[in-house]
Design a protein around this ligand. Structure first.
Ligand code: FAD
Ligand code: DLZ
Ligand code: SF4
Length: 525
């Protein structure tokens, strides 16, 4: 009997975003008696048509992780995508592995996605042996912790949740108080960036033999998926991911806060960490990362606004969106507060648009499977919101195109934060903005075919009339929102002729969207 066919006491099933020896499923594992199962399956590669780099990253990181735990003495039953007899699904592969190893029980850490949890709940009956589902201890707040925090609150305000996480971890705390007396330095973190020859660059990696093999497989099998592989530079091992983390901490973190919201043409990364793909699959431990940031601030190496801004994203936003996801699913994925129905324009796939900001973000997304937060929120996100694109289509786009996208983190960011399709569970008002915001925070507008200063007419920046059209169209739903009171006062006081011109210009923009063929969507069936 080959090693990967031997009988096992426990069969430990590790999913593609659980690549850490610290997973709860491995907590009491015994390499002498247990077998680890990992499988590449068609269902996971195509339940949405992921960006080519996302598939290549995950498969290569999975193959390297299998080697990492083999080195630690484990027997790993690893099923490759091209293996003969690969059933194509988690459930099918688990069933096969249970037959091969006849374990007393299967142990797995809970998945990140609702869809997979539904699957897991059926496994015990399907495979005919006990299945123990353990909590994912990579997070600070368990599902119960979050539900308890949320219980009885009218508004699930991230800021209050975040403060509890600061108290719980002690990060940037001085006793019971936040360092320097202030919890949040967001208002200081809004500087536009200048093009700077000495801007730090994140650490990228040349594909090794394992990655090259996976890239060839992806080129061949997923040729019609979005994205290119030429610039693949992701870390695929823990050691590489840690090297990328250390370069970020040493070179970019100190300016992270200042330029968090900035955008520059031709500079897709700026002072961002690019660590989300590694954190989400388990190559970087988020709390260890925050501990290092806290230590860098305590050592005087980075300013407080940078350390606070970064730590808030992880123990605040990241934990909070996961909490909202598990609290509100499955209904959350179907929410459509504004009843938006317009189809996603083709230029979200092709980048072929005269809107310079959108073109840059889509092209960078295509080349790197990455865009930073403000690009996702205020360019592609805001445009979809203002144009009334069906939030389900927006959600699927984001889930497909980014290397860090898993539904638990992507869905609340899209349905909640970006599209306000949850009607205000996650945020207090929609991130609607005219072109002036993009002009203030980027250099996109200077070389755009549209004029950001023009409010109406064929040369006006499309964000400008769409902004007022959005407010007008959704007045019944939004006019009572006290954070938008001034906006609606301005709209009411605007000269009738001007209002009409805004609505007519917006109708022109929307007609172009509606008339354009949706070839990409049709090809995709
Ligand atoms: P940095 O700017 O360096 O931030 C540091 C870390 O903070 C990130 O690595 C990430 O782990 C965390 N973080 C920051 N903002 C958020 C947030 N809003 N929610 C959760 N974690 C956050 N993040 C994902 O990990 N996966 C997604 O699929 C995803 N989809 C998004 C969709 C939209 C519409 C928006 C507005 C945001 C989305 N985000 C998503 C959040 C955020 O944009 C990314 O985490 C970030 O851009 C990743 O790049 P980075 O590692 O360079 O982040
Ligand atoms: C995203 C992804 C892809 C593309 N492929 C695989 C795979 O072949 N095998 C695997 O175990 N996991 C994969 N994943 C990650 C899973 O989709 C992820 O574990 C679930 O969505 C749960 O979050
Ligand atoms: Fe984008 Fe409008 Fe600026 Fe053009 S003018 S880059 S469309 S915000």
């Amino acid at each position: 009997m080959t090693l990967d066919r031997r009988k096992a006491r426990h069969l430990i099933f590790i999913l593609g975003d659980q690549l850490s020896p610290a997973m709860s499923s491995l907590a009491d594992a015994d390499p002498a008696q247990d077998v680890v199962l990992m499988c590449e399956v068609a269902d996971e590669t195509t339940y949405v048509r992921h960006h080519k780099q996302k598939i290549a990253f995950i498969l290569s990181a999975m193959r390297h992780f299998a080697e990492e735990i083999r080195q630690a003495g484990f027997v790993v039953d690893y099923v490759k995508l091209g293996d003969r007899g690969n059933s194509g699904s988690f459930s099918g592969e688990l069933k096969g592995a249970v037959e091969r190893h006849q374990p007393e029980c299967v142990i797995v850490t809970e998945p990140g996605e609702w869809r997979v949890m539904e699957m897991m709940r059926g496994w015990e009956a399907a495979v005919g042996c006990p299945v123990e589902i353990r909590p994912d201890t990579r997070f600070l707040a368990s599902h119960d912790d979050f539900a308890e925090w949320a219980a009885g609150r009218k508004q699930l305000t991230m800021e209050y949740f975040y403060r509890e996480m600061r108290r719980k971890t002690g990060f940037l705390m001085e006793g019971d108080e936040p360092a320097s007396g202030k919890w949040n330095y967001d208002s200081e973190n809004r500087k536009p960036a200048a093009d700077d020859l000495f801007m730090p660059q994140p650490k990228r990696f040349r594909p090794d033999e394992v990655t090259k093999e996976v890239i060839a497989l992806v080129e061949n099998r997923f040729a019609d998926h979005f994205g290119t592989l030429e610039k693949f530079g992701w870390a695929v091992t823990r050691k590489q991911a840690e090297a990328a983390r250390d370069v970020f901490l040493g070179d970019a973190l100190s300016a992270f806060g200042d330029y968090q919201d900035a955008m520059l043409a031709g500079q897709p990364f700026l002072y961002h960490s690019l660590l989300s793909p590694y954190i989400n699959v388990g190559l970087i431990d988020p709390l260890d990362l925050c501990r290092r940031v806290d230590a860098a601030w305590r050592a005087g190496d980075v300013p407080l606004n940078a350390a606070e801004g970064f730590i808030r994203q992880i123990i605040g936003w990241r934990e909070y969106v996961r909490g909202v996801y598990w609290l509100k699913m499955p209904a959350y994925g179907e929410m459509n507060f504004f009843g938006a129905t317009r189809a996603l324009p083709d230029f979200y796939w092709t980048g072929e648009t005269d809107m310079n900001c959108v073109r840059h973000v889509v092209e960078e997304t295509r080349d790197h499977a990455y865009a930073h937060h403000i690009q996702r929120l205020m360019v592609t996100g805001t445009f979809a919101l203002l144009a009334g694109i069906d939030p389900r289509q927006v959600h699927e786009w984001y889930l497909e195109v980014y290397a860090d996208a898993y539904e638990w983190v992507e869905l609340p960011n899209v349905i909640g934060m970006s599209q306000f399709a949850d009607g205000g569970i996650l945020g207090t008002k929609p991130y609607a903005a005219s072109g002036a915001y993009i002009d203030r925070m980027s250099d996109y507008c200077g070389s755009c075919r549209y004029d950001v200063k023009k409010k109406t007419g064929p040369d006006a920046c499309p964000f400008n009339p769409l902004y007022w059209d959005f407010m007008d169209r959704n007045a019944k739903k939004l006019a009572g929102n006290h954070r938008l009171a001034q906006v609606y006062r301005n709209w009411a006081q605007m000269d009738g002729e001007k209002r009409r011109a805004h609505l007519e210009s917006a109708a022109g923009v929307l007609k172009v969207l509606d008339d354009a063929p949706k070839t990409y969507g049709q090809e995709r069936g």
